[in-house]
Structures are given as structure tokens and as C-alpha cells.
Design a protein around this ligand. Structure first.
Ligand SMILES: Nc1nc2c(c(=O)[nH]1)N[C@H]1C(S)=C(S)[C@@H](COP(=O)(O)O)O[C@H]1N2
Ligand SMILES: [Mo]
Length: 153
């Protein structure tokens, strides 16, 4: 009896208030226009790190998943959170307005490679060139949830 061993391919789940939730691998992420950025970020424990990342804009990937707001009403987008989780449970939030071209327009990427090494097996990494601290550079992304319906007072 023979057994085929296929390498585990990391997948991230896009869920929440989306018309088209999806499961995406790093090869899937190559289907969007790729951007390359050289970044520096600081970590309290390991000091300053320099890396070159490539990947699609988080904004492009999430926009194609059809967030549940009225795209013509800028104000409607201000309610939306983006929650990103790594395989180890590391978790951080962005606001929709942070990446929206009408607001802060931060060029946040979902990396497909780091320093030329593909992230197919490790999973995508969040890249936030505007962050001085590295803590939101979540690696091994397993879930991104777009949320405009959280409880409000
Ligand atoms: N999944 C995951 N991503 C993570 C972290 C983590 O603990 N888990 N740590 C963050 C922190 S604090 C920093 S500074 C950067 C770089 O951390 P490293 O030097 O451990 O790679 O990754 C970030 N991404
Ligand atoms: Mo860090």
C-alpha cells in the first residue's frame, strides 16, 4: 500500500460581513496585483528588522470579497473592523478606514513572500509599512474577519 504525502498548504479564511467569503492560499493571493515594499520595524525583544515583502494590497483582496457596506457612502465604511489572527492565536485589529483610499490609505499587504522566500507553507504575513513596531506584522495568518455588526451601545 502506498501513501501520498502532500505538503500542508496554509490557508486563510476570509469571513464576516462579506458577500463572498473565501478560503485563500498564498498561491491564490498571487492572483491580485503584487506590490513590493522594503520595511523596517522595531521589536522590543529583537531590535530593528529590515525585510522586503511582496503581495497584494489587503484592501484589494477584501474589496473583492464584497464587504457588506454601501461602497458609495463613505460614512458607512467607518463602522468596519478587520480582525487578523495567526495560527498561534496572535491577534490584531485594523479599521476599514485605515486601508481605504478615502481615509488613511495605508498600503497594508498580505505578503506572499518575505525576502524572496515564498510563504506558501508558512502562510501569508500582514505587512504594515506605517507601523513603527512589528507587533501587527502577524505571520501565519489563518483568519481575517471583516466585522461591521459588532455590538454597539
Ligand atoms: N503569528 C504571530 N505573528 C507575529 C508575532 C507573533 O507572536 N505571532 N509577533 C509579532 C512581533 S511582536 C514582531 S516584532 C514581528 C517580528 O517578530 P519575530 O522577530 O519573532 O519574527 O512579528 C509579529 N508577528
Ligand atoms: Mo515585537
Amino acid at each position: 500500500m502506498s501513501q501520498t504525502l502532500t505538503p500542508p498548504v496554509a490557508e486563510l479564511a476570509l469571513s464576516g460581513d462579506l458577500a463572498r467569503p473565501a478560503r485563500l492560499t498564498v498561491p491564490d493571493l498571487l492572483g491580485w496585483p503584487q506590490h513590493e515594499v522594503r520595511v523596517a520595524f522595531e521589536c522590543r525583544t529583537s531590535g530593528v528588522q529590515h525585510h522586503t515583502f511582496a503581495g497584494p494590497l489587503l484592501y484589494d483582496v477584501l474589496s473583492d470579497a464584497g464587504p457588506g457596506f454601501d461602497p458609495d457612502r463613505r460614512k458607512d465604511r467607518l463602522r468596519f473592523l478587520i480582525a487578523v489572527t495567526g495560527t498561534d492565536g496572535h491577534h490584531a485589529l485594523l479599521s476599514w478606514a485605515e486601508i481605504d483610499p478615502d481615509f488613511a490609505y495605508a498600503p497594508v499587504l498580505l505578503a506572499t513572500s518575505i525576502d524572496g522566500t515564498p510563504l506558501d507553507l508558512a502562510g501569508s504575513q500582514l505587512v504594515l509599512p506605517q507601523d513603527r513596531c512589528g507587533a501587527r506584522y502577524i505571520s501565519g495568518i489563518r483568519a481575517i474577519r471583516v466585522d461591521g455588526r459588532y455590538a454597539r451601545p
